[in-house]
Ligand binder design. Structure first.
Ligand SMILES: [Zn+2]
Ligand SMILES: [Zn+2]
Length: 449
């Protein structure tokens, strides 16, 4: 049986030699054509704007899908190869779960709910605040699934989240073969029972997973990209389980929970039992002008000076890349003795700089929303400059506040939204964080409260 193709759906160019030799797959056309409607089999797009006509050797009126082009060109005349998932895994020696940590009270409850969801092939959202320890509560359910011979995938829209998850899963399931799939990976694909993948990579699967866990479902681009949502549905078996993880589920999901259309486990407390830092909104006036005119007395500079004097380490979130340069010049002028740096999505040294910030080589760091999630620093404060900007959505502001006080030894810290006019997103973010603290308090999950 061809393991390479099992549960996958690939173009000819993506197959290895064994696949071609064995030739026992199911073959289908790149597009499903019903009347005038043409739907890409890989990404589900049926929009004419997502198709590009192009001359082709097939001689017919040919076109290809633009929507999923980055995964390789899929043409009207392309053939896709697929072998149904048969779950042919070697049995794994016990213990399957080699993690020996302790779950908190709310983690243990969610862990049981996740296990039941997997056993009954249902769908569930785990709504857990930043720092709740969501990965650990998946372990029991994954253990059960692996022992039962099921195929499990943990996916995230973000490569860095996948890369951070992989070693944690490896140490929690030491005897279980796993692979991490992402765009720039160097090693080749192999058939494993446990898969970690970016949501883009799910496009190459069909009815493969009994259990599909999607982390950070509200993160870009999964939140708005229908092709990725289609790929997720396609990658799971029709009888499979989907578990969504999020600290900031969107309005639709929150409504579905309220209307009991979606099962959810809500975890309002952090694993260490301290409450979430509640952000303060501070009016700065026209902060852009303060930067341009070099007003050293302006609120934004006073805020930075205050943190510097208190010898705090901190992150300053700014609305866009262009601002970083101007603001950096200004800060170098005003605080010449201070060591700081900046990062953005366009920064090739991003990884190194984040590591240096972790190693405490800098006192602070300017960043775009690129660091809003997935990164953890010990003992930091956070300022959001221009919190009224529309890049700072409610979810982004909540995620940013979630960077503070994550470590057990440094569970507190300050979050300040510096704004020139409060937006709805900003008010909602603060309300949401307070609500979670209130819920945690009511449930008796906070230390000494
Ligand atoms: Zn497509
Ligand atoms: Zn063609």
């Amino acid at each position: 049986m061809n393991h390479f193709l099992m549960g996958r759906e690939l173009l000819l160019s993506e197959l290895n030699e064994d696949c071609l030799k064995e030739g026992n797959g199911i073959i289908s056309k790149g597009f499903i054509e019903v009347g005038q409607q043409q739907t890409c089999r890989r990404c589900g797009s049926n929009q004419p704007k997502d198709r590009q006509a192009a001359p082709c050797t097939c001689g017919k009126k040919c076109f290809y899908c633009i929507r999923c082009l980055q995964m390789g060109k899929i043409k009207r005349c392309s053939t896709l190869y697929h072998v149904p998932e048969k779950n042919q895994f070697i049995s794994i020696k016990e213990p399957i779960l080699t993690w020996q940590g302790q779950l908190s009270q709310q983690q243990a409850l969610a862990s049981r709910e996740i296990e039941t969801t997997i056993k009954t092939s249902q769908t569930r959202l785990i709504w857990a605040v930043a720092g709740a320890g969501k990965t650990e509560m998946l372990f029991k359910g994954i253990e059960w699934a692996i022992r039962s011979g099921k195929r499990v995938c943990i996916a995230s829209p973000r490569t860095d989240v996948c890369l951070e998850l992989a070693p944690r899963l490896k140490s929690a399931f030491q005897h279980v073969e796993q692979i991490t799939l992402y765009g720039e990976m160097e090693e080749g694909y192999s058939y494993t029972q446990l898969v970690i993948a970016t949501t883009h990579q799910l496009m190459r699967f069909r009815e493969a997973f009994d259990v599909l866990i999607i982390d950070e479902i509200d993160a870009f681009p999964f939140d708005t990209d229908k092709a990725l949502q289609f790929a997720a549905q396609k990658a799971k078996k029709t009888t499979g389980t989907i578990i969504y993880l999020s600290a900031t589920p969107n309005k639709q999901m929150r409504q579905d929970i309220a209307r009991k259309k979606l099962n959810a486990s809500v975890l309002p407390a952090r694993y260490h039992g301290f409450e979430l830092p509640e952000p303060k909104a501070i009016w700065t006036g026209d902060w852009r002008k303060s930067i341009l005119k070099r007003h050293k007395k302006a609120v934004i500079f006073k805020e930075i000076q205050r943190l510097l004097q208190a010898k705090r380490r901190f992150l300053v979130f700014v609305p866009n890349i262009e601002l970083i340069l101007e603001f950096s010049c200004c800060l170098t002028e005003f605080f010449p003795d201070c060591s700081f740096t900046s990062v953005s999505s366009e920064d090739e040294q991003r990884k190194e700089k984040v590591q240096k910030m972790r190693d405490e080589s800098y006192q602070f760091m300017l960043t775009t929303t690129i660091l809003e999630r997935g990164v953890t620093f010990r003992d930091i404060d956070v300022l959001v400059l221009g919190a009224e900007d529309r890049t700072f959505t409610e979810a982004a502001l909540i995620q940013i506040a979630g960077r503070v006080g994550r470590h057990r030894d440094f569970p507190t810290g300050e979050v300040r939204y510096l704004h020139y006019g409060q937006t709805k997103a900003l008010k909602n973010a603060i309300t949401q964080i307070k609500k979670m603290n209130k819920l945690a308090r009511e449930r008796g999950l906070l230390i000494g409260k």
